[in-house]
Design a protein around this ligand. Sequence first.
Ligand SMILES: C[S@@+](CC[C@H](N)C(=O)[O-])C[C@H]1O[C@@H](n2cnc3c(N)ncnc32)[C@H](O)[C@@H]1O
Length: 204
Amino acid sequence: MGMYRDHVLPRVVNMCCSTSTAEPLRERVCAGLSGDVVEIGFGTGLNVPFYPAAVSRVAAIEPADLGWRLAAEKVSATRVTVERSGLDGQSLPFADHTFDCAVSTWTLCTIPDVETALAEVRRVLRPGGTLHFVEHGLAPDDAVARWQHRIEPLQKRVFGGCHLTRQIPALVEQSGFEIAELDVFYQESTPRVMGAYSLGVATT
Ligand SMILES: C[S@@+](CC[C@H](N)C(=O)[O-])C[C@H]1O[C@@H](n2cnc3c(N)ncnc32)[C@H](O)[C@@H]1O
């Protein structure tokens, strides 16, 4: 499993996440970012081209060494300073109130203890700081949700612990954030079990 996780999975994730249909969503999520930013589950840096000019630096949190290596070209091409600053969203190596914004794109599905990760993100954001996210999760339709529950064990095995049935907006709110903007929709080009998306901004 280590071989798959370390040498194959980051490439599989990169392929699945680098679709052209994801790009407008990345652009929307990144649009309001500014100042000091922490990105959890940085992956292969697919959000880097969408960081606006108002971003001064990004602290990237990513456990996969290969993901970080695959991001190298994008990281060196951007004028934003991007540093790999940690390995685990569940334990962020920063003082309280360090960042203006946080980003999570298709990551809250995967982090094992998502409540702890959200609490960590909230801790390191400054008062009034914002979490910008797009995530897949539990579908609003019962028929789709039933399939998500059936498929989830396989999904978790193949995609490094990725859950299909997390209720992301509820988890964000339960960790103390206030949701300021939220768009819930099915991504048309994606099977509905994986395409029930929530995209939003939450404030501390
Ligand atoms: C589906 S990928 C999404 C990658 C990237 N955010 C994107 O939009 O392309 C999930 C990412 O979460 C990362 N991840 C897994 N466990 C994590 C953890 N405990 N803390 C931070 N990131 C984690 C994985 O290595 C992977 O890069």
